[in-house]
Design a protein around this ligand. Sequence first.
Ligand SMILES: [Zn+2]
Length: 278
Amino acid sequence: MSLRYKVGDLEIVCISDGTLRSSLDYVIGLDRDIARRISDAPDDDVLTIPVNNFVFEREGARLLIDGGSGTKMQATLGRLPAGLSAAGYPPETITHVVLTHLHPDHADGLVDDEMNAVFPNATLLVHEAEFAFWMGEPRDGENDHVKRRRARNQADVKPYRDRIRLMRDGESFLGCSPFLAPGHTPGHTCWRIETGGPDLIAWGDVVHFATIQFPLPETAVKYDLDPDLARDTRLRLLDLIAREGLVVAGVHVSAPGIGTVVREGPGYRFVPAQNSSN
Ligand SMILES: [Zn+2]
């Protein structure tokens, strides 16, 4: 499924990579009954979370936000390459993959089952802090999950090694500028994209459980490497986005993930954008 949206002068196409099953066991600091009620959880407490990718074109370049999950993570994921082709953007025509962070549902889809590049003509744009963390040596006291993830990330980017553009805060490429939004990972990145109208913020995983973390944004998740820092980042960004009327492109926000954010009660509400398909 793909849907087209207009933000300012920018046309952005949302392409689903599928859905991710994610248990309420991963919610931190919220009473389980409240979590169940506001997320309308099924009996097994496992929520179905969208994984949204986004494509847009600018000055002859064709940019994809995040690289998808690949085929190994969950059977309901890995739809991105077929979705891109169906929407008229075959993977080999993507010129840049703009990465928010290197977690499996954002980076494992960079390679196929033989660990070859799924986007053979693309340059990866990644924040230098995120790249440095995962490409570096294991750190003292690091848990096995992070060690395994580091090894897999190094394999994910290997076929792109001559085509990696490291970016730092405030630098701009075709009107896309990264800024650190740390906590979920050390170099988790939001990309601020100029549109001619309100800026678009490709915010990666600032919100993972949308039905819970918009109304109760202080709720953290175990996927965050530093949950306290991720919470501070989420609160700061939701305030900024609501105050400035920015538009969000959210990977795990109610599919297809484009919309604005308004204050409501103790938290926020996501307001989906009107799509301009057909
Ligand atoms: Zn994610």
